[in-house]
Design a protein around this ligand. Structure first.
Ligand code: ATP
Ligand code: MG
Length: 203
């Protein structure tokens, strides 16, 4: 039975998709069966895997058409229930918002993983995220737990980075992964390589 992890932070551009794509690849290398679900309408994760979005006949968009559906928060959970036993991990790449799509992800997940960019305002909005999780926990998913916090775009040469790390560790005691992801242009290679491949192909 798969463990489902929502990769979530309503702040944009903090490394959710990069974390999702690389975590999926790393788990795959360890022979784990991974289902990567791109529930962000931006579709970066899909592109990150080299999939041409415009050629897809059906996507998570159809499954999540959320307008006027009763029990709108549990739609993803129900869809994943059918396939959960086929995988070891299900990763959900969330959009940068706390809207209904993210609520669906939090309702469907065993844990949530929060990438935090080592930048100004890193912690801004996090209390809102944690309050949202609290509500989801109370109403739909009592067992959801914080998987951990992963620091992204870490640059040890900057004083700011040290300050952000200290603040995040204070905010999430014992929940910050020891390994921080360095700021590294090549790290975002799945996305970038696809882009440059497309550019080379003239798309
Ligand atoms: P969104 O909120 O829009 O979905 P996101 O949180 O998924 O964004 P990413 O798309 O993973 O964030 O990353 C944002 C940008 O930062 C991308 O251009 C990505 O290539 C780049 N990036 C991510 N991680 C790193 C890193 N460790 N070093 C350098 N660049 C990175
Ligand atoms: Mg993203």
């Amino acid at each position: 039975m798969a463990k489902t992890i929502a990769i979530v932070n309503q702040k944009g551009g903090v490394g959710k998709t990069t974390t999702a794509v690389n975590l999926a690849a790393a788990l795959g290398l360890q022979k784990q069966k991974v289902l990567m679900v791109d529930i962000d309408p931006q579709g970066n994760c899909t592109s990150g895997f080299g999939i041409e979005k415009q050629n897809l006949e059906i996507s998570s968009y159809e499954m999540l058409e959320l307008v006027d559906i009763p029990e709108r928060q549990t739609r993803l959970k129900k869809a994943l229930a059918d396939v959960k036993e086929n995988y070891d991990y299900i990763l959900l790449d969330c959009p940068p918002s706390l809207g209904l799509i993210t609520l669906n992800a939090l309702t469907a997940s065993d844990t949530f993983l929060v990438p935090i960019q080592c930048e100004y305002y890193a912690l801004e909005g996090l209390s809102q995220l944690l309050n949202t999780v609290k509500t989801i926990k109370r109403l739909y998913n009592p067992s959801i737990d914080l998987e951990g916090v992963v620091l992204t775009m870490f640059d040890n040469r900057l004083n700011l980075t040290q300050q952000v790390v200290a603040e995040v560790k204070k905010y999430f005691p014992n929940k910050v992964f020891e390994t921080a992801i360095p700021r590294n242009v090549r790290l975002s290679s799945p996305l970038r390589e696809n882009l440059s491949r497309r550019t080379r192909k003239g798309e």
